[in-house]
Design a protein around this ligand. Structure first.
Ligand SMILES: [Fe+2]
Ligand SMILES: [Fe+2]
Length: 141
């Protein structure tokens, strides 16, 4: 699935938007490599990136959600846990089996779809809520 950064991904909290931009751009570079047939070299780098990304990015989002008592934090946590599991499974399989078309396909298929739907649905709702809280907070001070 081809993926490119565009304004439909912008949710309105700069720190979160920048992190989303980074994952979208990584995926986009990776799908170019798949088309050029050079994905195998990039797979290890992508697996490391995704694994680290999951730790940092989800921690960032959880910080906002906790600070403003987001009511759907459990759904977000569950989704984040699913992605983190997929990322660490990819890393392990890559170490055990080496790079393959099949692993590259898992990345460009399932994981890309997850990112698109998670950002456009779950994160969009969460950021809208957090922004409302932030605006209210600014009004009070
Ligand atoms: Fe996110
Ligand atoms: Fe999220």
């Amino acid at each position: 699935m081809a993926l490119a950064w565009d304004e439909t991904f912008v949710l309105g909290i700069d720190e979160i938007d920048q992190q989303h931009r980074s994952i979208v751009e990584h995926f986009s570079r990776f799908s170019d490599a798949v088309q050029e047939g050079s994905a195998n070299q990039l797979l290890l780098e992508m697996a490391d990136f995704l694994y680290n990304y999951a730790q940092t990015h989800f921690a960032t989002e959880e910080r906002y959600m906790q600070r403003y008592s987001y009511p759907r934090i459990d759904e977000q946590r569950q989704e984040h846990a699913d992605f983190t599991r997929d990322a660490s499974e990819l890393k392990t399989r890559l170490q055990d089996e080496g790079a393959s078309r099949e692993l590259a396909a898992a990345l460009t298929g399932k994981m890309v779809r997850w990112v698109i739907q998670h950002v456009r649905n779950h994160d969009r709702d969460m950021v809208a809520y957090v922004r409302e809280c932030m605006t209210r907070e600014q009004g009070e001070s």
